[in-house]
Design a protein around this ligand. Structure first.
Ligand SMILES: C[S@@+](CC[C@H](N)C(=O)[O-])C[C@H]1O[C@@H](n2cnc3c(N)ncnc32)[C@H](O)[C@@H]1O
Length: 363
């Protein structure tokens, strides 16, 4: 390089550096920039992280990677991703996970990095992982699309819910439902239980563990949910005591033979105007003196429940979470004696409702 050339480039660089500094100053003093940085840190990145984790949990990656770090090829095989181009796309998605700090990469293998990823990977936190998926699949779309749905006259349908995810996510309230079963279930005598909307079947299993002479029929409206419940019941070694069927409470034809009918976390799948008739149907399946135990979150809880409410407001079935007094009144109108609501934990909006089928037929 000649002296003349060096002098020339130095002369050119100085004005360029000044111009760049001026541009930087202009960008940094633009009022949108601090706002953009704040939005990105406070909202956008956490949203990306939650979305990535929901997807990684839902597609099984967290579980696999908790066992051992996995390279791209292994993950592609497990996910059923084939072809060079799709594997490149999978890598791009995984690299975003690394960039977000959920995964890291060591010697070509992806590993769980963040504390959240490691916690959600554990089987004992499966309900939380499913709840995160449910939030992404239902809460985010209703928040995002509500006004536009109103303009277009659109409603969510049952097909917009992933029944299998919801059967797992509702288990976040398991200790509360189990406390309600503890307080209601007869232990001294054989019990014939009917569970309506059984989800995973976990509460039938719990009731069966409390009373070894309990037998049950568990029904769920959604075929894939009932099939998974039947699989779970078989895995838990309960097939000789528990039958699982796909069925709809609204059309169920059974003899009034049950000592206990249970409905956990599903009264909001029925519109308010339908609830007395639904409760009456449940009552007519009870033997004289039998009980209905219904557990549900009620109006006025945390913001997650407001979102559950909102989703059902925008669905073509179901309705809002009940108010406690209103549901007790509906039990009475449906012919139950001694209708009551009981809070499981002080200050919580989760309640157990019970009512007894009269011994003498109602006139
Ligand atoms: C939120 S999930 C709760 C599942 C389970 N009871 C639990 O608490 O984990 C509600 C369930 O009720 C079922 N369901 C809704 N309407 C029903 C109906 N008419 N008859 C039977 N099951 C119904 C749904 O298919 C869904 O699986």
């Amino acid at each position: 390089m000649t002296t003349l050339h060096v002098a020339g480039t130095t002369r050119n660089r100085a004005p360029r550096a000044v111009a760049q500094a001026a541009t930087l100053g202009k960008v940094l003093t633009t009022p949108q920039v601090p706002l953009l940085l704040a939005l990105s840190k406070r909202f956008v990145t956490p949203l990306y992280r939650a979305t990535f984790l929901a997807s990684a949990a839902g597609n099984g990656l967290l579980r696999w990677m908790a066992v051992r770090p996995c390279d791209l090829e292994t993950l592609a095989i497990k996910l059923g991703v084939e072809g060079k181009e799709d594997k490149r796309r999978l890598r791009a998605w995984l690299e975003v996970g690394v960039r977000l700090g959920e995964f890291d990469k060591h010697e070509g293998c992806y590993r769980l990095k963040s504390r959240s990823a490691k916690l959600l990977a554990r089987m004992k936190h499966d309900a939380l992982a499913a709840a995160l998926e449910e939030i992404m699949q239902t809460h985010v779309p209703v928040l995002l699309n509500a006004p536009q749905m109103l303009r277009a006259g659109q409603r969510f349908t049952m097909a917009d819910q992933d029944g299998s995810v919801i059967a797992r996510s509702t288990r976040v309230v398991e200790p509360l439902v189990e406390a309600a079963i503890d307080a209601t279930l007869e232990r001294e005598y054989p019990v014939r239980l009917l569970e309506i909307g059984c989800g995973s079947g976990t509460y039938v299993r719990y009731a069966a563990s409390l009373n070894p002479r309990l037998t049950a029929l568990a029904i769920d409206l959604q075929d894939e949910v009932a099939r998974q419940a039947a699989k779970n019941i078989a895995e838990w070694g309960l097939t000789d005591r528990v039958e699982v069927r796909t069925g709809d409470l609204r059309t169920l034809q059974l003899e009034p033979q049950f000592d206990l009918v249970t409905m956990h976390n599903n009264i909001y799948y029925f519109a308010p105007a339908e609830r007395v008739a639904i409760l009456e149907r449940a009552r007519r399946l009870l033997a004289p003196g039998g009980k209905l135990l219904l557990t549900t979150s009620c109006k006025g809880g945390h913001v997650g429940l407001d979102l559950l409410n909102l989703w059902f407001e925008y669905a073509d079935f179901g309705g809002p979470l009940p108010a406690a007094d209103e549901l007790v009144e509906q039990f009475t109108q449906a012919g139950f004696l001694d209708a009551q609501a009981r809070r499981i934990v002080p200050g919580e909006q989760f309640r157990a409702f019970t009512g007894t089928n009269p011994h003498a037929p109602l006139s």
